[in-house]
Design a binder for this molecule. Structure first.
Ligand code: NG6
Ligand code: CA
Length: 517
């Protein structure tokens, strides 16, 4: 080796050594775990293999459970999407903000610049992203989709966002990346209306012959990609999503975020639109289940979960990443489109052994799969602890080492020991929001009599929403299916739970140390 080569080799090894050192230093200052929440849409308790699914296989999610902690009594905060997502990110019960299912042009529901889960994690040095379904409103009313769409995720604490504004069955059928509609051609502006028809494109009612799936009248407005939607839109042809590609698109965006963010701790809220209607699996997943489109959408989300885990592994991040897998509300078969979900369900029980599903005050409304995967810190096993997603925010803040000021996350308690499997003692009292309120205390379940009439659009469905003018009281340890109403025979328990519910509803917040200055 000549002298020049020798010097060059020496310099190279010096460089490798010093980068290693920088890297080592970085790890020691940023040993906070990355956080990934894989959040599904309308996935029921019984829809995953390890929770008893029949008719579809979910090897990737099952592997998470095999190496992680699987909960059997975990709940989203509400039986519909917007309220559950609101509570997940704000640690506040949705009723305090009148949060209900939002149309696609609704203003942002979360106060900009408030202390949300992503903002708290940001303050601890996390890079934060939401990829997937948003459904928490955008803008401040009458959005111009051709201009900067704001406030939105970036104003509530996310550094990066790639979202669909509302649901897959609502217009506008476009992605929004940070502040702008993705792929929008300035010469083909978008307009959206929830009041009446705009543009010349046919609606589902006018041209049923153009549809991939028949739909009910609420889902029969503008046809986009052969599917009629709730609401009307025109323009933005290049920007429109193809439903069949959505899970793959979201997965790729999430993978890029992970790859770009390694080196500092990150928080990814990966909010797939599977398995909400219209159910449109990519061609690759068609026929992967025995249950038609609904089952194929489950197979697809299983693939997406596996793809995210693979990326974490490839990037060397799997050891230091906590992955939380769950859903925003219980399952539904017929939610407006004729996709044969009811006919093809067979022996599969979407809500497992529980009664009701999406929209329901019964357990099927909010009891959902919850798997926590972090082999470095969480022992594989089963947890029967009562857990509510309302506690995710305070628990993850604790994990990131963020001290909570008194006036943030009003209803979210630190349940980190439960989430990590170190404690089996779950919540003593837990609220479930639906078109009424349910309250769990131990194995007792109280369902408050309905205060408002049943929404018309739910009346003709086979959905058990659990609404009644009567007080309902069930004892889940002996009556899983909430069939035997004990309200009359146990008036004291009714009173105790009524008082507890009253206390929660009247307070500004229920977190032990919560106080508004
Ligand atoms: C309902 C829609 C339903 C679904 C739901 C929201 C009708 C008749 N039904 O209003 O199809 O979009 O809203 O689902 O319009 S969620 O999972 O986002 O809460
Ligand atoms: Ca949902």
């Amino acid at each position: 080796m000549n002298r020049e080569k020798l010097i060059w080799c020496f310099l190279c090894s010096l460089m490798v050594f010093s980068t290693k050192n920088v890297f080592a230093q970085k790890i020691s200052t940023t040993d906070k775990p990355n956080i990934v929440i894989i959040y599904l849409d309308d996935l029921g308790y019984g829809d995953i293999g390890c929770y008893g699914a029949k008719g579809v296989q979910t090897p990737n999610v099952d592997a998470l459970a095999k190496n992680g902690l699987r909960f059997t009594d975990a709940h989203c905060t509400a039986a519909t999407c917007t309220p559950s997502r609101f509570s997940l990110l704000t640690g506040m019960y949705a009723f305090r903000n009148n949060a209900a299912i939002l149309p696609g042009d609704a203003p942002l529901l979360i106060k900009p610049h408030s202390q949300t889960l992503p903002r708290l994690l940001k303050s601890a040095g996390y890079t934060t992203a939401v990829v997937g379904k948003w459904h928490l409103g955008l803008g401040i009313g009458s959005i111009d989709w051709n201009k900067k769409v704001s406030p939105g995720p970036l104003e509530v604490g996310f550094d990066y966002s790639f979202i669909i504004p509302a649901t897959t069955d609502r217009v506008p059928c476009v992605y929004v990346e940070n502040h702008n509609v993705y792929n929008l051609d300035a010469n083909d502006p978008i307009a959206v209306s929830y009041k009446g028809k705009i543009g010349d494109e046919p609606t589902g009612l006018e041209r049923p012959d153009l549809l991939k799936m028949k739909a009910d009248s609420q889902h029969s407005s503008t046809i986009i990609n052969g599917i009629s939607r709730i609401g009307f839109m025109k323009g933005g042809l290049k920007a429109r999503w193809r439903d069949e590609d959505m899970a793959i698109t979201f997965t790729e965006k999430a993978q890029h975020f992970i790859q770009a963010s390694k080196g500092q701790p990150f928080f990814l809220y990966f909010s797939l639109a599977n398995i909400h209607v219209p159910r449109t699996p990519h061609e690759r997943f068609v026929g992967k289940s025995n249950m038609g489109r609904r089952g194929d959408m489950i197979a697809e989300l299983d693939w997406a979960t596996g793809a995210i885990m693979k990326t974490l592994k490839e990037e060397g991040l799997d050891k230091n990443t906590i992955v939380i897998f769950s859903s925003d509300n219980g399952p539904v078969l017929d939610d407006g489109y004729d996709d044969e979900a009811e006919r093809l369900v067979g022996a599969h029980q979407p809500a497992g052994p529980y009664r009701g599903g999406k929209y329901s005050a019964f357990e099927g409304g909010t009891r959902v799969p919850l798997i926590v995967h972090w082999p470095a810190r969480v022992k594989a096993g089963l947890s029967k602890a009562l857990f509510s997603q309302i506690d995710v925010a305070a628990s993850l803040a604790k994990l990131a080492g963020v001290p909570l000021p008194g006036d943030v996350l009003p209803d979210s308690e630190n349940a980190l020991p439960v989430l990590l499997g170190q404690s089996k003692v779950g919540r003593t009292v837990m609220l479930e929001e639906s078109f009424t309120f349910s309250l769990r205390k131990g194995d007792w379940k109280y369902i408050a009599p309905q205060e408002k009439p049943t929404p018309d659009w739910l009346k003709n469905k086979k959905i058990e929403i659990g609404l009644s003018t009567q007080i309902q009281l069930y004892r889940l340890s002996v009556d899983k299916t909430e069939s035997k109403n004990l309200a009359e025979s146990c008036p004291e328990m009714v009173k105790e739970l009524q008082e507890e519910l009253q206390r929660i509803r009247q307070a500004n917040g229920t977190r032990k140390n919560f106080k508004i200055e």
